[in-house]
Design a protein around this ligand. Structure first.
Ligand code: ADP
Ligand code: SF4
Ligand code: MG
Length: 347
């Protein structure tokens, strides 16, 4: 056989250590929340569009944890869903290991499906209450045909249960027989069953007692180290974010307003909203600093303020802020901030 006749072997591109695993470019999600068509015609009302996420970009390096933080309604879960292909972006794109997530539903995207997994706030969302734990955890193994034979699958289920701090005998139980923290361990085991490389964790501990939260967060961190996982970790709670993240993006009304290394963000918060959130959390260093509640309310996303959408709550707002929307700018230490006051060096 000469060289021309030899079948061409397609070798997957080797992962480059320096290349980010996840690249998000300018994603936007617009929901049509219009009343039914007939009502609109009768009342002569236009369509109502809600911009839940508006031009968000970031990258996540292999093995890194990027956290997204912000008050309820700022678009965190919508970003999370776009990251695993549950929502298609209205604009922009998400690439995973060099492949566009828009291909997820096609043959080209098939290898990706087992690699991206999501953990939700409410473990019941991913745990079928009528199924035994063994079947719940085995399902992704069967769907992706990762292991053949019932005995081998059961052995893998037992291994996964131990990996998340549960007992192999728990495989015979049903979800309702577990506590909230244990159920979240089960959903982690289920997510790990498909051998993912990227986990999107959407408020995974927000429904748990504080003492249990720390245990589950430590477990997630240990698993990340052992399995070399990459995380997008979403929380409204900066104290939780401090515990788990390498970098932090602060979201406000669908946009990232500050993105920085964890140490930079917590030691030198620049954006007035980041500072407001930091002042509101119980003092982590226990210096006795008073806690200041977050002032004001999140505006209605159907009718966002002009210019900088934070201006009605911002102590540094001026006329420019009301008219001109600030864009993310990179500072000397690598932090990115979208704020006119920071750019102008005031405040
Ligand atoms: N499926 C949907 N249809 C219409 N509006 C939605 C939908 N999902 C979220 N929203 C709206 O988008 C905004 C962002 O929501 P979400 O991403 O859930 O924020 P977060 O997770 O930060 O609380 C909110 O105003 C919410 O009401
Ligand atoms: S741009 Fe203006 S209103 Fe917005 S955060 Fe900065 S100072 Fe405040
Ligand atoms: Mg949410």
């Amino acid at each position: 056989m000469n060289a021309a006749e030899r079948p061409v072997k397609i070798v997957p591109k080797p992962a480059q250590a320096g290349e980010p695993l996840v690249v998000v470019e300018d994603i936007t999600k617009v929901f049509d929340v219009s009343p039914p068509w007939l009502n609109r015609v009768i009342e002569r009302k236009p369509r109502t569009l809600l911009r839940a996420v508006d031009g968000v970009s970031f990258e996540i390096a292999r093995g890194e944890t990027l956290a997204l933080v912000g008050e309820s309604g700022c678009g965190k879960s919508t970003v999370a869903r776009m990251m695993v292909g549950l929502y298609a972006p209205s604009r922009g794109r998400v690439a995973f290991d060099g492949t566009d997530l828009a291909t997820l539903g096609t043959a080209a995207g098939k290898p990706l499906r087992s690699k991206l997994q999501m953990i939700f706030q409410d473990p019941y969302a991913s745990l079928n209450p009528r199924w035994k734990v063994a079947d719940i955890i085995a399902e992704p193994i069967r769907v992706h045909r990762l292991i053949d034979g019932d005995a081998a699958i059961l052995a893998r289920v037992a291994q996964l249960l131990q990996h998340v701090g549960l007992a192999p005998a728990d495989a015979e139980k049903y979800p309702h027989q577990f506590s909230g923290g244990q159920r979240q361990r089960l959903s982690i085991a289920r997510a790990l069953a498909s051998q993912p490389t990227f986990l999107v964790c959407d408020e995974p501990t927000s429904a748990l007692d504080v003492s249990v939260q720390a245990q589950v967060l430590n477990l997630m961190r240990d698993i990340q180290r052992q399995d070399g996982l990459t995380y997008l970790f979403i929380s409204h709670n900066l104290a939780v974010v401090h515990h788990v993240s390498d970098r932090v993006g602060v979201m406000y009304l669908g946009r990232i307003v500050e993105l920085a290394d964890k140490s930079t963000l917590f030691s030198t918060p620049r954006h007035p909203y980041t500072r407001m959130l930091l002042d509101a959390i119980p003092d982590m260093q226990m210096t006795g600093k008073a806690r200041t509640p977050v002032a004001g309310e999140v505006p209605n996303p159907l009718n966002p303020p002009t210019g900088c959408t934070f201006h009605p709550r911002c102590p540094l707002a001026n006329d420019r802020c009301k008219a001109e929307r600030p864009v993310l700018r990179r500072l000397d230490d690598g932090a990115q901030v979208a704020c006119h006051a920071v750019e102008e060096g005031r405040g």
